[in-house]
Design a protein around this ligand. Structure first.
Ligand SMILES: [Zn+2]
Length: 218
């Protein structure tokens, strides 16, 4: 490796370390997430997300070094509200004290990136993964830059180093939640399925929510 290239790599590393430890998400990051959310509601994706009811309770959570950012269709009390471009979503920020590592910046997932995030989130969205399924992941810039870093280190097969792949990742997680609700969890076991349904009923009773047939899986 020539000297110039070596220097370039070190600089990338330094920039990334500084960025992630103190990164504060901004307009560009929020717009990317909102574009991801808008995409799943777009009629062009009706062939994937046919039953929009299965999308409406999904809470989208992102983070930076100081805040969690929540997009939800239900309004949550006691949280600081931010302006959103999405007409029918509420956009909130919640202060946190968690240190996210470089690895935490690499992806999105169903549920919470780190379990301890739950300590800072409103209790009513934490009750059960069926009432308020959650997807979470890093902000656009740290996400894209950490994947670029993987490629800059010599591994050229990382396809997640663009804004488009970031959007696709968010849509992909909506897909997981959608099909998770749509299909039975345990394909082969009647007992497991019944147990799952009972757990969900129980959670709804505990949280004072009405039990309707539509909210059950299968
Ligand atoms: Zn997946």
């Amino acid at each position: 490796m020539n000297v110039k290239k070596k220097l370039h790599l070190y600089l990338i590393d330094d920039i990334l370390v500084i960025m992630f430890q103190n990164y504060l998400a901004g307009k560009e990051d929020f717009e990317a997430i909102e574009e991801g959310i808008a995409t799943v509601w777009h009629p062009e994706l009706d062939f994937i997300f046919k039953d929009k009811n299965l999308l409406k309770n999904i809470v989208v959570i992102s983070f930076d070094s100081q805040y969690f950012y929540l997009w939800t269709k239900v309004s949550l009390s006691g949280l600081e509200k931010l302006p959103s471009n999405l007409r029918d979503y509420h956009f909130y920020q919640v202060k946190h004290q968690i240190k996210f590592s470089d690895e935490d910046q690499l992806g999105w997932r169903v549920g919470l990136t780190l379990e301890k995030m739950a300590d800072y989130l409103p209790k009513n969205i934490l009750i059960g993964n069926y009432q308020f399924p959650k997807i979470s992941g890093s902000s656009l810039n740290p996400f894209v830059k950490s994947h670029q870093k993987v490629n800059a280190k010599g591994y050229r097969g990382d396809a997640y180093d663009t804004r488009e792949s970031y959007l696709a990742t968010i849509v992909h997680e909506f897909g997981h939640v959608y099909y998770g609700q749509h299909k039975l969890f345990w394909y082969s076991s009647k007992k497991e399925n019944l147990d799952e349904i009972l757990i969900q009923k129980h959670q709804r009773i505990l949280s004072g929510l009405p039990i309707s047939k539509q909210t059950l899986p299968g």
